[in-house]
Design a protein. Sequence first.
Length: 200
Amino acid sequence: MKMARWAAAILTLAAVTCGTETKRVDPDQDDEVGGTGVDSADLRATSDQMVRSLLGAPRLFAKGTPVVVIKTPENRTRFQIDSSIFVTRMRSQLMQNAQGRITFIAREDTKEILDERERKRSGAVSVPTDATGKADLAAAPMGTQFFLTGTLQSISKQNGKLAADYIQATFHVVDAETGELVWENSYDWKKVNETGVIYR
């Protein structure tokens, strides 16, 4: 009897799943799922504003082409989100729009880079050459001039049925040598909706 009920439940779930239509939606608009946390529209709007502001910051370019490491922003909100998505989004947009005006260092790949350097120098793998046939080996891994990082903060409240969240995404550029704050900007939003939406 129990097996029959389990089989019926599985068939019902399969029928419901197969009948669900996937909809393609505009990532710049709020979706029907709701929620008051960070969604695609917030990410895209924040990244766009930060990139525009950064490319117009004269102090960042005062010494020529800046070398920048983008660090994952600290998430201080109540939402369990992967804040590293801000890094990939902003770096991608800056790479496309800066047109060589900014040099980026992939610091998250440091271990793989150091391992590969060791393999080249030990003769375990071949060494690339430049146009003249000379071995193309850098003296040392590139250091950075600036760190670009940020913080996601929120003011949250609930009354049992509804939730309200004010979220502020602040980003800044710090001189890696002196600690001087070179640039800072923020983007914020507030949402009210029913409670119960889970963020992943």
